[in-house]
Design a protein around this ligand. Structure first.
Ligand code: XIL
Length: 323
């Protein structure tokens, strides 16, 4: 069976990839599957390039953990996606605790983004410069950045990123923008505004954290709307969770759902690639974030009592058939 990345590349995409995180890399069975380029041609650091991990104290940058992921990509010839520069979550306390004024926070956002993007310049395919800026109703999320700087924080970060690496693709990444609706329209309007203002923006990340049986039906139409804006996009954090316990029927529905999402990307040229938010249930963020849900990934766990040993689930076949 050809690997998913091989299939994606033969089909004209740039990559099929996965998120990964530093603690998992001690698991040699895990890494032997992750480091198979035929299967995964791209990785995204799940946590180790976030703000808390890279600038834990003002002006003090640490890239040690991020470098482990970057080096893994380099030694396997994988595409690397940077994640992320500016996000309201997983911030170190100092960003919110100091009540910075607009001038101070603008400099902090520009310095954080510019230093991070500059450090990895030449190694990254793309950066999620802005992560999750919108509320589900389409308004701007009222986080520390918006409350202090209004929507100018977005252009401040994008311009700093462009100045630090002229070649990397600059993305805005969000969820619930994968289907036709208020939030997707708001993201399209944000992109249009940035384009009108000559702010650098190259791509949109469609996170794609879905629920089995509830995958949206307007994914292709929605992708075409983004394509019409003249930029690329990617499926950046795909997983499809189910209410536990898993059943054979849920596994079959999950296969159909993975097929639906991956084939949508195949149908729209500007969809450059697909990243699953880790490939195995063992290291999925889902069970801890959505109590009662799990089994969201295309490979199972390695729980011997449950007779699981990183086996491919029907979901894997759904992806492979779509590619
Ligand atoms: C998640 C990680 O997977 C978890 O390990 C962490 O505890 C919280 O963040 N949207 C994003 C990702 O953009 O950064 C999030 O990753 C999942 C939701």
């Amino acid at each position: 069976v050809p690997g998913l990345n091989d299939l994606a590349i033969s089909a004209g995409k740039r990559y099929f990839g996965s998120a990964t995180d530093n603690p998992e890399l001690n698991d040699t069975t895990y890494t032997s599957i992750l480091e198979n380029y035929a299967m995964f041609g791209q990785i995204t650091p799940g946590n180790s390039m976030k703000w808390y991990a890279t600038e834990p104290e003002p002006g003090v940058f640490t890239f040690t953990a991020g470098n482990v992921i970057a080096d893994l990509a380099k030694s396997n010839g994988m595409v690397l996606r940077g994640h992320n520069c500016v996000w309201y979550e997983e911030l170190p306390d100092w960003v919110t605790a100091n009540n910075y004024n607009a001038t101070e926070l603008a400099a902090i956002v520009a310095n954080h983004t510019g230093t991070l993007v500059g450090y990895y310049a030449g190694q990254m395919y793309a950066w999620d410069v802005i992560n999750e800026p919108l509320n589900d109703n389409g308004t701007m999320r009222e986080d520390v950045f918006y409350d202090t700087l209004g929507d100018s924080y977005i252009s401040i970060a994008l311009k700093a990123a462009r100045a630090a690496d002229p070649n990397v693709k600059l993305y805005i990444n969000d969820y619930n923008i994968e289907y036709v609706g208020t939030k997707s329209t708001a993201m399209q309007n944000l992109i249009k505004q940035l384009q009108a203002d000559d702010v650098p923006i190259d791509g949109v990340g469609l996170e794609s954290h879905f629920i089995v049986g509830e995958v949206p039906t307007t994914i292709v139409e929605n992708m075409q709307a983004f394509a019409a804006l003249g930029l690329e996009f990617a499926i950046t954090e795909l997983d499809i969770r189910m209410e536990l316990p898993a059943t054979a029927d849920l596994y079959e529905q999950q296969k159909t759902d993975y097929y639906t999402v991956v084939s949508a990307c195949m149908q729209v040229e500007q969809c450059v690639g697909i990243t699953v938010w880790d490939w195995t249930d063992k290291y999925s963020w889902v069970p801890s974030t959505f109590p009662g849900y799990g089994d969201a990934c295309p490979w199972d766990s390695n729980d011997m009592l449950a007779h699981q040993n990183y086996e491919r689930k029907p979901a894997f076949d759904g992806i492979a058939i779509a590619l």
